[in-house]
Write a protein that binds this ligand. Structure first.
Ligand SMILES: Cc1ncc(COP(=O)(O)O)c(C=O)c1O
Length: 475
């Protein structure tokens, strides 16, 4: 039985039950919780579900019908209409309902008008090999056994971990065994697991400042004592790190987030030396290293790690799909040995069905092909974006960290962020405030704007930057 909804109906209220029910459904339609096209639960079923009379439900439905919120369809019950199709009768609504409707429209308006959304985290979906992926999903379900339909291996699908070990060897220079890999449901989950397994509560953890707020939030909420480490032009300051006295440090050496610099090899070696000398661990977040545009690839920190001090984090969110919710930790063998017993108390968080499908996708070569294609595509987008910025925004803005990944920062000199965001929105461009990535948001320069470019086409990027020029600089 389709229950539909469960409003709280107050029998002691002076408002009749049918009015309460009508008001509830109306508000759910207006706020979008019950979308257009939804078939309302039948009168009989809803009456049964709410333990009220069929008459009460019918009266409520009749009121919605009269006001044009729903339509009666032969043999198909009552269907919710799109809000725009509300009949003229809405004009005769009470003042209160008019106010709530116009509020709804105002709230919905800006998103309708946004033509170019420079959102960080969006990826190119139109070129995603959906047909291949569907095949892999079907294949995953065609020989269902307990490894696919049960909880799955605690560390994750062994075949998939073997593929990942192969991939990081080829693309990141990391030599590791599948046994060192633990699959996780995204980077935040990976960090959360690390906090628990390494018992980081009350421990000091160094973080780049600015740095990825998603990880900082998890560390803070697990009770870590966060110590900001200064960033220099070429990444984390070793001097500041040495002075910090931390037990662990979280870094993004291959594409500092959000400033975008790449930690040079010399500094990587010094960082590793610091970890060896102090017996500290480095958490290396290598979230988008597949996409590098103007510089040569530098092996990951983990690839240079002879003393086994690096805990490596990788994710499939940029290179494949955020919706896969798949990431992984590569542990140093000795550390893994120490936490192995505790790890056995945790269930695997990534659906074994998804793991199995991604394993098929990787072993058939579809993943490597997809990443190669995406590299070319993002490279072209990056080129279009940077050319458009030089052409239209020129010396009035500075691009920060534009050599890799799927985002950049723009320093729009002399302007304030709120007016930049506001003026852009008025012309249909959505740009973002990066201040939450600063430990103290006030330290983020007021002229900085964050631009993600993964989800827009080359044409859209150029048109969007052109509009930003108009929004920010035309008199
Ligand atoms: C620094 C950093 N690490 C990791 C991620 C990916 O997180 P997840 O694996 O949860 O999608 C992102 C994406 O926004 C990021 O910016």
């Amino acid at each position: 039985m389709k229950l539909g909804f469960t409003p709280l109906l107050d029998t002691s209220s002076s408002t009749p039950i049918y009015v309460q029910l009508y008001q509830y459904i109306r508000s759910q339609i207006e706020n979008g919780s019950i979308g257009p096209g939804t078939v309302l639960t039948s009168i009989r079923q809803l009456a049964q579900h709410l333990s009220i009379s069929k008459n009460t439900v019918e009266t409520a439905y009749q009121q919605l019908l009269a006001e044009g919120y729903i339509q009666s369809r032969e043999r198909n019950g009552y269907i919710v209409l799109p809000l725009e199709q509300l009949s003229e009768s809405l004009e005769h609504h009470t003042a209160a309902s008019e106010a709530s409707e116009s509020l709804h429209k105002i709230a919905a308006a800006p998103s309708k008008k946004i033509k170019y959304d420079f959102k960080y985290g969006d990826i190119e979906l139109s070129r995603f090999p959906l047909a291949h992926w569907k095949k892999c999903m079907i294949e995953a379900l065609s020989h269902p056994d307990i490894n696919v339909l049960g909880y799955g291996d605690r560390q994750g699908h062994e075949g998939l971990r073997t593929e990942i070990a192969d991939m990081v060897f080829q693309s990141r220079g990391i030599s590791c065994k599948p046994e060192q890999i633990v699959l996780c449901a995204g980077t935040q989950h990976a960090v959360s697991l690390l906090c628990q397994l390494l018992q980081l509560r009350e421990k000091t953890v160094g973080i780049e400042d600015p740095g990825y707020h998603g990880v900082r939030t998890v560390l803070r909420n697990h009770g870590c004592k966060l110590v900001p480490v200064v960033l220099e032009k070429d990444g984390i300051s070793l001097e500041s790190l040495r002075a910090s006295g931390v037990d662990t440090v979280y870094v993004t050496p291959s594409h500092q987030f959000p400033l975008g610099m790449v930690l040079p090899v010399q500094k990587r070696l010094q960082l590793l030396q610091w970890a060896a000398d102090t017996r500290s661990y480095i958490i290396e977040d290598d979230y988008d290293s597949e996409f590098r545009y103007n510089s040569k690839p530098i092996p990951s920190l983990k690839a240079l790690d002879r003393q086994e001090r690096v805990i490596y984090l990788g994710t499939f969110s940029k290179s494949f799909l955020p919706a896969a919710r798949l990431s992984y930790i590569i542990f140093p063998p000795e550390l893994l040995h120490d936490i192995q017993d505790e790890l056995q108390n945790y269930s695997q968080a990534v659906s074994p069905i998804i793991q199995q499908a991604i394993w098929h996708f990787m072993r058939r070569g579809d993943y490597a092909r997809h990443v190669r294609r995406m590299k070319r595509l993002y490279q072209a987008k990056h080129k279009a974006l940077t050319a458009a910025i030089s052409l239209y925004l020129n010396e009035r803005t500075e691009m920060i960290g534009g050599d890799s990944g799927l985002h950049i920062l723009l320093d729009v000199k002399g302007k304030s962020r709120s007016s930049l965001i506001d003026h852009a929105a008025r012309l249909g461009c959505k740009v973002y405030n990066p201040e939450r990535h600063w430990l103290d948001p006030k330290c983020c320069p007021d002229s900085y704007i964050m631009i993600g470019f993964g989800g827009l086409s080359e044409e859209e990027l150029i048109a969007g930057i052109k509009l930003l020029n108009k929004a920010w600089f035309s008199a």
